[in-house]
Design a binder for this molecule. Sequence first.
Ligand code: GLC
Length: 550
Amino acid sequence: MIYQIYPRSFRDANGDGDGDLEGITAELASIRELGVDAIWLSPFYPSPQQDGGYDVSDFRDVDPMFGSLDDFDALIARADELRLRVIVDLVPNHCSSEHGLFRAALAAGPGSTEREVFIFRDGRGEGGELPPNNWQSHFGGSAWTRIDEADGRAGQWCLHLFDSSQPDFNWRSPVVQEEFEQTLRFWLDRGVAGFRVDVAHSLVKHPDLPDWGGRADGGDSDGYPGHEAPMFGQPELHDIYRRWNALLREYDGERVLCAEASISPVERLAEWVRPDQMQQAFNFAFLGAEWEPESLRSVIETSLRGFDAVDAPTTWVLSNHDVVRHATRFGYPDGGRPDGTRRGDGIGPNDIQPDARRGQMLARAAAMLMLALPGGVYLYQGEELGLPDHTGLPEAARQDPTFRRTSAERLGRDGCRIPLPWTQHGPSVGFNDTGASWLPHPVGWGGYARSVQHADPCSTLSLYRAALVQRKGLSLGSGSLSWYDGLNDDVVAFVNRDVLVLLNLGTDDVTLPELAVILDSVDVTGSTSGASHTLVPDQCVWLRYEPTSQ
Ligand code: GLC
């Protein structure tokens, strides 16, 4: 079970409004207490923060905003004491335009070996005034920006699949390969257990950089099947991961690589997890599934089948720092979006607002369903508190490049990155002592605070803790799933080891089988469940299953 920490929003020890490594170290015990095995830290490297730290200007240091390398070593030491493993984010597709390699490339001029480290091309059109191809950036607009050469004249174009401040590396350059091998060793030598590999599917581009009218996020669109996209899933990628896998194996103990790759279908994604490459890949099909019984069953089934086929653990994830938090998504019909916009786009004060009560109820049930599945689970900080997105964030506070690059058409991901509430009261609900905060807290945020929920046996935090204890005790992570028939079709029902899991996605109450209740998403303490033997809509229960039960 891996818990994602977004450092800028976790806990702020020095009170400057940005979370820091010291704040994380101070709270590792409370994360461990939740039943977590490992933490994954989103980037804390030096960065101008044009894309929430995913624009890295030095891959082998700590940004002063987050502390120092000594603070990182202290974090590792504390994690070791607590037997928590630490995974860090590796961002190999691009760097910040402030990175030394990019500055050198700009200074060296066209045709130089320094420019070979990135993807520079002359423009199309008579004066080179048109971008070299029609690729679009994930964050909106063209994926190319024309640079000014040293003499001040408009020059070559530079490729960036994300923001213009994030130039893409040319992975055919030995300089890039060397830079990242050094980076892997640097963090492994400091004791990390592995890496979450950012946009792992896009490092290598088709050498001809052909036009592509399909989606910038690698998904399928009319006439443009995602698997043919020239910037994703190129075969040479597998050689890179084979080399990294071998490098990790030079180190003692278990080390992992986990691919962040928006690749579908799951069978294709599973190509990334092979014994000689990555150990895990995020299962975004599950994250994006409609919470409607048939779709959900199908996504669970294909996920298990896809990863089983390559003998790798299936992974499950409901939220991260790029998507609207699931407690908010579930406040819309079928866990969808207010108006069918893209998954990563935020919700603003002018959008239809979610049904918060239903969102909370289904979020608890969904967490229980996920925590009963065999495989690996990723939690995103704050989901154990039932945090929703900030859907009322004023435009002036928005920081995500998506907002800027689409002229406010797509709101971006700030709503899921609001600093965590630790105490009910206080200037910044316990995020720090000063009240400073890089993103404003919504009204009522203190009601979700960890201290409040800690004291409440029925809180979402208590539910997560109980579910994680049971998941471990009952070895559900290493179990297997078989569907359970005989109940209404609106109930997603399966057995894993000795547990029968039932989630009611319909609108009617369902009578429960006469079995002992292990855990109930509505009634964590079990004071009333079992008595009524009814599963209400959006409720999930785990029941003690005996093979004769059906
Ligand atoms: C990944 C990160 C996202 C970032 C992007 C570019 O998708 O999760 O936050 O913006 O890569 O690095």
